[in-house]
Design a protein around this ligand. Structure first.
Ligand SMILES: [Zn+2]
Length: 91
């Protein structure tokens, strides 16, 4: 399987524009941590460490942000189907 991500090309341009490489991570790094980041958001906690870098990357990278949104929707739909429907009325 040989699929190249168009994403990395955008990342290079963004980095060139931003001019800072220290605090930026690559798209591959982002993909590695994106599920952790989404879980953190779902838990309502603030990102720190590498997840903070993921957040900054998502702000700059449409491609990874799209992946993140898709992941959020997937998790939310799973939670909806997992939850039992509210029961009204007693007895
Ligand atoms: Zn990216």
């Amino acid at each position: 399987m040989s699929t190249e991500r168009d994403c990395s090309r955008i990342g290079r341009i963004v980095r060139a524009v931003a001019g800072t490489e220290e605090d930026t991570i690559t798209c591959d790094d982002c993909y590695d941590h994106i599920d952790q980041y989404v879980e953190l958001l779902e838990a309502g906690e603030s990102p720190e460490g590498v997840l903070l870098q993921v957040q900054r990357h998502l702000e700059q990278c449409e491609c990874c942000e799209y992946e993140m949104q898709a992941l959020v929707r997937m998790i939310q739909s799973m939670q909806e189907s997992d939850d039992a429907p509210p029961t009204s009325g007693q007895g």
